[in-house]
Design a protein around this ligand. Structure first.
Ligand SMILES: *Cc1c(COP(=O)(O)O)cnc(C)c1O
Length: 336
């Protein structure tokens, strides 16, 4: 038995998803003529309470287009120190967007708007750098799948309005936040100027993300996507997979969350996990010899992610069932 808990990106399309891909109507999306892409973009934009959307090959590209829409070159983006935008996108904000970044210190991915507010910089002279936008991540990946509180996000919108700032949401796993909190997607979406979401994480599509915003912003986003080499042609195949995932794989995320909790509770007595911190499908691991533990676990068919000498993580997803969780608990429990 092989149980791959390294990431929720490792899923393979289900038989029903492959069928939807096979049957997809296609056109040239650079001409705006792929009906399946157009349907996906309209549908997800509406779900998020936005006017329009643009399909992208990756979440990183969706994030970077969003940031380029909100922050001009030389302007500052304020972001959590452990965010994907800062830690996992190859410095793209600086390298591609000419965007300067400043961060507030992450506290397990939680959002404290008082802390954020203290980091906002005003432009006081021609040589100073002004904060133009703030980005937050929900759920927070490196924080351990943390769900940001909706009250705090509403406070963030008020702060942005008071200080004349724009807001981007990295919602790669916003689907998980929505299922865990019960907060409608549109309620999250309406608080932000731009929102990115991934279809290729817990939703189980093979490729693809989306950026939603106003119609005017999305028209500019199409030009930015083309500039970065993200203009794609008959990609209705991929949009069909994403649509299938949005229709059939959102509610089932609750099962992933329950399995993550079960893993964390079963392994807590070994000191490996802290069940109190599991809110969605990510379980953080602590162990002094994690690399060795991961190598031994792999030999018994359990793959886990090593992030540092004593830290790692497990993620549950579409391709991990109850038997897989039982097997992982047995193997990791014995090795720890
Ligand atoms: C996965 C992820 C992304 C996008 O990653 P890609 O690999 O570029 O699709 C963005 N933000 C977060 C928090 C993620 O976990």
């Amino acid at each position: 038995m092989l149980v791959d808990l390294r990431s929720d990106t490792v899923t393979r399309p289900t038989a029903a998803m492959r069928e939807a891909m096979f049957d997809a109507e296609l056109g040239d999306d650079v001409y705006g003529e792929d009906p399946t892409v157009n349907a996906l973009e309209a549908e997800v934009a509406a779900l998020l309470g936005h006017e329009a959307g643009v399909f992208t090959p990756s979440g990183s590209m969706a994030n970077q287009i969003g940031l380029q829409l909100l922050v001009p070159p030389g302007g500052e983006l304020l972001v959590d120190s452990e965010s994907h935008i800062l830690a996992h996108e190859g410095g793209a904000a600086a390298a591609i967007g000419g965007i300067s970044t400043q961060s507030w210190p992450s506290t397990a991915g939680r959002l404290d708007v008082d802390v954020v507010g203290r980091h906002v910089r005003e432009s006081v002279a021609y040589h100073t750098v002004a904060t133009r936008a703030i980005a937050v991540e929900n759920t927070h990946n490196r924080g351990g799948g943390t769900v940001l509180a909706i009250e705090e996000l509403r406070r963030l919108r008020r702060l942005a309005d008071e200080r004349g700032l724009l807001l981007h949401l990295d919602g790669a796993r916003l689907w998980n936040a929505h299922v865990a909190s019960g907060v409608p997607l549109a309620e999250y979406g309406r608080l932000f100027d731009t929102v990115s979401l991934c279809f290729s994480k817990g939703l189980g599509a093979p490729v693809g993300s989306i950026l939603v915003s106003s119609a005017e912003n999305v028209a500019r986003a199409r030009a930015l996507r083309k500039r970065m080499g993200g203009g794609m042609r008959q990609i209705g195949f991929l949009a069909a997979a994403a649509r299938h995932a949005v229709h059939h794989h959102v509610d089932r995320l609750a099962a992933d969350h329950a399995r993550a909790r079960r893993l964390a509770e079963a392994l807590a007595h070994r000191g490996l996990t802290d069940p109190g911190r599991v809110e969605t499908n990510i379980v953080l691991l602590r162990h002094p010899g994690l690399a060795a533990l991961a190598a031994d676990a792999a030999e018994q068919g359990v793959l886990i992610s090593v992030l540092s000498s004593d830290g790692g993580r497990l993620l549950t997803h579409l391709d991990v069932d109850d038997d897989g969780v039982d097997h992982a608990i047995k193997v990791l429990g014995e090795l720890a």
